[in-house]
Each structure stands twice: as structure tokens, then as C-alpha cells.
Ligand binder design. Structure first.
Ligand SMILES: NC(=O)C1=CN([C@@H]2O[C@H](COP(=O)(O)OP(=O)(O)OC[C@H]3O[C@@H](n4cnc5c(N)ncnc54)[C@H](OP(=O)(O)O)[C@@H]3O)[C@@H](O)[C@H]2O)C=CC1
Ligand SMILES: Nc1c(N[C@@H]2O[C@H](COP(=O)(O)O)[C@@H](O)[C@H]2O)[nH]c(=O)[nH]c1=O
Length: 352
């Protein structure tokens, strides 16, 4: 009997162009809802016809709404090309259990799809391989990427925060840090930011992609930050968590405004941050804090990756650098469009 994923691991250098394009479309569909799916993972799916042409895509929009496979199958039905579907490409192994919605394996088995490509297995050891095995047992050709290539790494990066929360009960923490050419994080008097408009757009992209912001009382008292996503359309109705570390009293008007837009929590010290985030189901958090709290997070080994934005000289673009604390973990940062573009252009560095 087939064991599903285990006996069909594929070296992605052997992918056809059509399947590779299917993965690109599936990853794109997942990225649209990055920062909206917690506690579920962002997942994307593409459906191809027998000639490898793209028929439909779908992304998991929000917990409680259809999974990516079901969303893509719905889009396929609406396209009027239901019977032409042959290949389904999905960034994460289809689920084989009933949660808030029905099992995706059964939805796939009710469709004309005969071949399924999986970007990465489910990270939960109790269910990993079950979806692939169910599909293989029903006679479908099931292929899982072996994890060594760039497509598999992007699929793994998409769910890095989900994996951490689901498997380790810890959130993924990204530090975003702006510095001037002298290495200072402090903005000029009367300002709260000093990086370029392009970098501020990236900062807002990161706010939109994450489930929570972590800051310190020092930043709130100095800047009274809005922590909003005003440079981009935000996910409708999205209410992020805002965790403020420190004991000092904060201005009541700022607290009131923040409580209207965020689920606001205050903690006396940084050690409590991971538990507060995890308890709230926040899988990806962004630390936007001053030098004191960032030093404490560093000392406690609490961050997973870091984006450092260095203000460029007059007329020069800002420089971007990504650090990853654990080189074995896939950082989701390079998936953000502004960062993937700048990595491709060689204008951004990625180190660990
Ligand atoms: N360039 C950039 O990317 C950013 C710059 N900034 C700038 O940073 C400046 C503020 O810096 P800073 O005062 O360092 O602000 P922080 O945001 O780092 O807040 C500092 C406060 O956090 C709490 N805290 C930090 N570490 C610990 C710890 N180990 N245990 C307990 N509490 C802790 C303390 O609160 P308490 O004293 O209340 O107990 C401390 O005073 C502002 O000028 C702001 O503009 C801010 C964010 C980003
Ligand atoms: N100085 C600085 C940043 N600082 C962060 O942005 C906050 C202001 O956000 P908002 O109130 O939404 O405009 C500020 O309090 C701090 O947390 N961010 C950046 O991308 N670039 C910058 O140069």
C-alpha cells in the first residue's frame, strides 16, 4: 500500500514548468492573506488542466472560512471549467480532519483532480502525512517536495510562524529596527520615523503580515505611535494584538485610542511576551521597540529574525538587511514583496 508522502518525495529540479508555475500561483494566493489567518496557517492552492494551464487559484482567507484547496475548488466551479481539472498544487499538505471546515482531502476526492503536488508536509507530527496518505490510498498521484529546493523553502517559510506556534507553543518574533548612518535608532526631535517612504511602506507591509506588535513604554511615551497600516489597504476587520512592555504609566488618551484598534495587553517584562502572544493565538509578532527593549529581547534570545533598515545618505536608497537567529529555520521575511524584490536586485542582504 502506498504510504503517501513518504514514497513520493520529489527533487524539485525535476518539476515541469507548469507545476513550478502552479506553485508560484499558489504561494501568491497564500501571501494575499498573510497576517489574516491566525491561528491557522496561510495556505495557497492552484488547479491546472491536463496541459498544465492554470484554471483556478485560492487562498485561505481567515480561520473559519474555506481552506485554500476548497477556495480553489470553489473558484474552479465558478470558472465553468470543473471537468478540466487534473492537477492540484498546494503549499501545505491538505488536511484530513474536520475542524471549523470539512477535510480538504474529501473535497479533492469529490473533484476530477488526479494528481496532487504538496509544497510541505503538515508540521504537526500527529497529522503529518495523513492527508497525503489518504489521497494516495484513493488512487491519486501524490507528490511532496523533498524540502531542499527554493519552492519548498518558500512553502516552509510561509508557515514558519504557524509551525512554531503549533509545535512549540511559541510565536515567531521579527525585530524591525531602523537606524541612521551613525547606528542610532533615535529619530530627530519632533519625528517618530526617519527612513524613506519605501521603507515605511515595507514597515507597514510587515505590520499587515503579522498578528501582533510588541513595543516598550519608552517608545509609546516618546512617539505615541499609531502602529497602523495606513500606507496599505489592511485586511478588513483585522484586530491585532499590541503588547506594551514596562511599568510606567501611559497617557490615557493613547491607551484609549489603542484599545479601540488593538487587543491591548501590558506586561511588566519581556520574558512574559511569548506566553501572552501564544495565548492570544498570535503566531507572528513584530517588535517595534526602542533600544532598551530590543537589547532585552536580544539578551533573552527572544527574536527569530530581524530586519535592519539603515537610512541611506541624501539621495541614496535605504539599505536593508535580514538576519535569521537559527539558520535552519526558514524566515518568512523574504516572502514580502518589497523584500523579495530587493533580494533579487541584490540590494538587500540575508544572513544568519
Ligand atoms: N528606529 C526604530 O526602529 C525605533 C526607534 N524607537 C525610538 O526609541 C526611543 C525609545 O527608546 P526606549 O526608551 O529604549 O524604548 P523601549 O520601547 O525599548 O521601551 C523601554 C521600556 O521597556 C521596558 N523594558 C525594557 N526592557 C525591559 C526589561 N528587561 N525588563 C522590564 N522592562 C523592560 C521598560 O519599561 P518601564 O521603564 O516602563 O518599566 C523600559 O523603560 C524613542 O525615541 C523611539 O522613537 C522606537 C521604536 C523603533
Ligand atoms: N523610527 C522609525 C520607525 N519607528 C517605529 O515607528 C513608530 C511610528 O509609527 P507610526 O506612529 O505608525 O507612524 C515609532 O514609534 C517606532 O515604533 N520605523 C520605521 O520604519 N522607520 C523609522 O525610521
Amino acid at each position: 500500500m502506498s504510504t503517501g508522502a513518504a514514497d513520493s518525495l520529489i527533487d524539485e529540479r525535476k518539476l515541469t514548468d507548469a507545476v513550478a508555475s502552479g506553485f508560484a500561483a499558489a504561494i501568491g494566493a497564500a501571501l494575499a492573506f498573510l497576517g489574516n489567518t491566525a491561528p491557522n496557517p496561510p495556505v495557497g492552492c492552484a488547479i491546472l488542466d491536463a496541459q498544465g494551464r492554470l484554471l483556478a487559484t485560492g487562498g485561505h482567507e481567515r480561520a473559519g472560512l474555506p481552506h485554500a484547496e476548497a477556495a480553489a475548488l470553489n473558484a474552479l466551479r465558478e470558472s465553468g471549467r470543473w471537468d478540466d481539472a487534473r492537477t492540484l498544487v498546494v503549499t501545505l499538505e491538505p488536511c484530513n480532519h474536520r475542524g471549523r471546515t470539512g477535510p480538504c482531502t474529501e473535497a479533492i476526492l469529490r473533484s476530477p483532480v488526479r494528481e496532487v503536488w504538496i509544497g510541505c508536509p503538515d508540521p504537526n507530527p500527529n497529522v503529518s502525512g495523513h492527508g497525503a496518505a489518504r489521497l494516495a490510498k484513493a488512487g491519486l498521484a501524490v507528490r511532496t517536495l523533498d524540502g531542499d529546493g527554493p519552492i519548498a523553502r518558500r512553502c516552509a517559510a510561509l508557515i514558519a510562524p504557524f509551525r512554531r506556534l503549533a509545535v512549540e507553543r511559541k510565536p515567531w518574533i521579527t525585530v524591525k529596527q531602523a537606524i541612521d548612518r551613525h547606528g542610532s535608532m533615535l529619530p530627530p526631535a519632533g519625528q517618530s520615523t526617519f527612513t524613506s517612504e519605501r521603507s515605511l511602506l515595507l514597515a507597514h507591509r510587515l505590520r499587515r503580515a503579522t498578528d501582533a506588535i510588541v513595543t516598550g513604554t519608552g517608545t509609546v511615551l516618546a512617539d505615541r505611535p499609531g502602529f497602523d497600516v495606513r500606507r496599505l489597504p489592511d485586511h478588513p476587520g483585522r484586530r491585532r494584538l499590541l503588547v506594551v512592555v514596562g511599568n510606567r504609566t501611559l497617557p490615557s488618551d493613547w491607551m484609549e485610542a489603542a484599545a479601540g484598534r488593538f487587543v491591548l495587553r501590558r506586561v511588566p517584562g519581556p520574558d512574559l511576551v511569548p506566553a501572552v502572544l501564544a495565548e492570544a493565538g498570535a503566531m507572528w509578532a513584530m517588535a517595534e521597540a526602542g533600544p532598551s527593549l530590543l537589547a532585552s529581547l536580544e539578551e533573552a534570545g527572544l527574536w527569530n529574525d530581524r530586519l535592519v533598515i539603515t537610512r541611506g545618505a541624501e539621495g541614496e536608497p535605504d539599505r536593508l538587511a535580514i538576519d535569521v537567529a537559527d539558520a535552519r529555520a526558514a524566515s518568512p521575511l523574504p516572502l514580502l514583496p518589497e523584500l523579495s524584490r530587493c533580494l533579487e536586485e541584490g540590494a538587500c542582504s540575508l544572513g544568519s
